[in-house]
Design a protein around this ligand. Structure first.
Ligand code: FAD
Length: 321
């Protein structure tokens, strides 16, 4: 089985979610005598490529045609489809993101593949038949699909597998995908980076505050804990609706969906629309003064207490470690 993995970069750095996608591909390849090729599009720091080998890729194809200089769903899909066909691949793996998911869908159409998104586990494989488990209804339920199409595209959610770090060296080959900007109806003119050191959708740790914080002037305790942990800050919808926090911090069904290793919810009740954005977090810690708050049902750890007392003590204790 020949597996191609779409690698997403940010400012020349390989995204961690893409290393997870390579690890995911390696888990399939290991059980099915497969090979894993990582496809890097656009500019990348050469020093970043080693991590792809350690995550399980045996080969890296790097295309840096100028049309790939700025992230473009159409250009990425065209390039990926060309390489998928040229390498006679059977399976394309992408880590779910605002860019990779639609690029995966377009690629699937171009190469005549079946696509499954929201994939949360390594599939059971028997010949051409894959049993694929995916999240549905914003993660509140699961379904298992049998996919029999010979070519497949799987868009994988974060935390579907443990990241592999003990692979080996991968060979690096430069390729050209022979596309130009004029081939596409849309052109990215410029990109604006969101402020803040840690971006919410990518964050490994998120500290999120809700209406229980009473007002924007109290966000210092959230920021201090987040700064201590190297975390991104998030909030519930009413908090951003009231302009206590910027809209790009709004987490939930109608906001950003996060999948961190650790989600700390402070003064958030745990409404179903908020949970829809956090339920693929690995570990959820809830701090709420109401022991009946619904969020406790979804929590791995809960602290019943006043945020204004608990948070400073928690931050102090973490700093002391
Ligand atoms: P509240 O429900 O007011 O809860 C505040 C919590 O803080 C309470 O549990 C309280 O016990 C606790 N608290 C109070 N004081 C303290 C203290 N001192 N220390 C500790 N705890 C304290 N919401 C989202 O978040 N994201 C979404 O994407 C979203 N999408 C929506 C879409 C639709 C169509 C609709 C109808 C609603 C949506 N909502 C969304 C709103 C959602 O239903 C809730 O109203 C919202 O999540 C509640 O926000 P909250 O938990 O901050 O506030």
């Amino acid at each position: 089985m020949s597996i191609l993995v779409f690698i997403e970069t940010d400012n020349g750095n390989v995204k961690k979610s893409s290393l997870e996608a390579v690890s995911y591909a390696h888990a399939i390849a290991a059980q099915n005598q497969g090979t894993v090729t990582a496809l890097v599009l656009g500019k990348v720091e050469e020093s970043q490529l080693g991590a792809l080998g350690m995550a399980g890729a045996s080969k890296i194809l790097h295309a840096d045609d100028t049309a790939l200089d700025t992230p473009s769903i159409m250009a990425y899909a065209s390039a990926t489809a060309k390489i998928f066909n040229d390498t006679n691949s059977d399976l394309l793996i992408l880590a779910q993101s605002a860019l990779a998911t639609p690029a995966g869908a377009r690629t699937a159409v171009k190469v005549g593949a079946a696509m499954v998104s929201n994939v949360i586990e390594v599939p059971e494989v028997s010949g051409d038949s894959f049993k694929v488990k995916r999240g549905i209804f914003t993660g509140k339920a699961f379904e298992t699909l049998t996919v029999t199409a010979p070519k497949k595209v799987l868009v994988v959610k974060k935390n579907a597998v443990e990241m592999k770090t003990d692979g080996g060296d991968a060979t690096v080959e430069k390729v050209s995908v022979d596309i130009s900007e004029g081939d596409f109806k849309l052109k990215v003119l410029e990109t604006h980076k969101q402020e803040g050191d840690v971006l919410l959708p990518e964050a490994e740790i998120v500290v999120s505050g809700g209406r229980g914080l009473k007002g924007p002037e109290n966000w210092g305790i959230i920021e201090e804990l987040a700064g201590t942990l190297g975390a991104a800050t998030g909030c519930s919808k009413p908090v951003s609706d009231m302009d206590w926090r910027p809209h790009h911090e709004h987490v939930g069904q109608t906001g950003i969906k996060v999948s961190p290793n650790l989600y700390i919810a402070v003064g958030i009740s745990g409404a179903i629309q908020h949970l829809a954005g956090v339920n693929s977090s690995k570990c959820i810690v809830v701090i709420n003064k109401d022991p009946e708050a619904p969020f406790f049902k979804a929590a791995d750890y809960g602290v019943v207490g006043d945020a204004f007392e608990v948070l400073p003590k928690l931050t102090e204790a973490i700093k002391a470690v």
